[in-house]
Design a protein around this ligand. Structure first.
Ligand code: ADP
Ligand code: MG
Length: 348
């Protein structure tokens, strides 16, 4: 009949719209950790401690010693579309130096969990605790706490059962969280990053600022001592700099996730760069094995793909072939100089 041919179109209620939007920002514990660690780094923290319970499904805590917030700021921070990082679209076009600017993470996390923000401003004044449950501010009051901010996220997706069910085994979620914390720890060797799961410390970087000691903390002494530096001077091409550390061809893993790439200091995934690193070993890696690598690229932001969604980590380059060539040449040179690979038969 007529009704079956023409379904009714309804307007969604506000709660449903918000939960759907929140689900785009917060997919799993690792995405919560990413947002909270970015906020801590944006707050100029020198120490960040991340701890998760049951893979983050039951609890996530990110503590920092950053600039903190006064009460009014803490109240606002958990509301929809609130940020201290940009004012308008012109600020955005002029370029942002912070990792965040969208002003939606804390709100989105609060919409799908029980969120507690405890914070005291570096500039002086008392501490505040703000509690949010399922998107509603449930409590604001004074708190005795050190300078900086602690964000606790409990019972993720307690009010979105379909999402909660879709989460993987806690061990898989832990692996995802660890990958994120490792990425930020390597990108910021001047920040002391501690990672704990179920009360047990997994790693702690010193925050002293040198990459090799950060690598030693996250991957262990054996891996760190098998790594050689990539020279800071890149050959001609779109990149203004290539630096970092790459491993001996026999220090490998079965997954390419240990080839960590950073563009202008941001931890990203960049397939072209990962492949170029592997290519630089010139077939001297065992089949299906990948090296450890920490590769920092400097490039004019105009040369990177701005159409990639800012929430996604994948980065593309205008001159991808040029980037590949520069990375491969730089890594190959590092490996040859250290005597870790044999030089290839001259090409052509
Ligand atoms: P965004 O990071 O895009 O601005 P968020 O929702 O992640 O949006 O955070 C909202 C605001 O809350 C931030 O702009 C910042 O002013 C404040 N904030 C969040 N986390 C922290 C923190 N760890 N320390 C200090 N301020 C914070
Ligand atoms: Mg943020």
């Amino acid at each position: 009949d007529e009704a079956a041919a023409s379904p009714e179109i309804r307007e969604l209620d506000a709660t449903t719209i918000e939960r759907i939007a929140a689900g785009e920002v917060v997919e799993r514990p690792a995405s919560v950790v990413k947002e909270l660690v970015e906020n801590a780094i944006d707050a100029d923290a020198s120490r960040v401690r991340v701890s998760v319970e049951n893979g983050g499904i039951d609890g996530i805590r990110v503590e920092d010693d950053g600039h903190g917030m006064a009460e009014a700021a803490a109240r606002r921070a958990v509301e929809k579309h609130t940020t201290s990082k940009i004012r308008d679209i012109e600020d955005l076009e002029a370029g942002v130096s912070t990792l965040g600017f969208r002003g939606e993470a804390l709100y989105a996390i609060g919409a799908v969990s029980r969120l507690t923000v405890t914070t005291r401003p570096r500039s002086g004044g008392r501490g505040t605790e703000v509690r949010v449950e399922g998107g509603e501010t449930a409590h604001v009051g004074p708190a005795g706490c050190p300078t900086g901010t602690t964000v606790a996220v409990d019972d993720l997706f307690y009010n979105v059962p379909a999402r909660r069910k879709y989460l993987k085994q806690p061990t898989t979620e832990v692996d995802n969280v660890q990958r994120v914390v490792t990425g930020y720890a390597l990108a910021n060797p001047d920040v002391a990053v501690t990672f704990e799961t179920d009360g047990r410390e997994r790693f702690a970087t010193t925050g002293r600022g040198d990459l090799r000691s950060a690598v030693m903390a996250v991957y262990g002494r054996e891996v760190a001592s098998a790594m050689v530096p990539i020279e800071a001077n890149a050959p001609d091409g779109p990149l203004s700099g290539v630096s970092g550390l790459v491993s001996h061809p026999e220090t490998t893993r079965a997954s390419s996730e240990y080839v960590a790439t950073f563009v202008n200091g941001r931890w990203v995934t960049a397939r072209a760069v990962r492949e170029a690193v592997v290519d630089a070993y010139g077939g001297q890696l065992a089949p299906d094995r990948y090296p450890f690598a920490v590769v920092f690229l400097d490039i004019d932001p105009a040369e990177t793909d701005v159409n990639v969604h800012p929430r996604k980590l994948e980065v593309r380059f205008a001159d991808e072939a040029g980037v590949r060539e520069q990375v491969e040449t730089s890594v190959e040179r590092a490996l040859l100089d250290a005597g870790l690979i044999r030089s290839r038969a001259p090409r052509g």
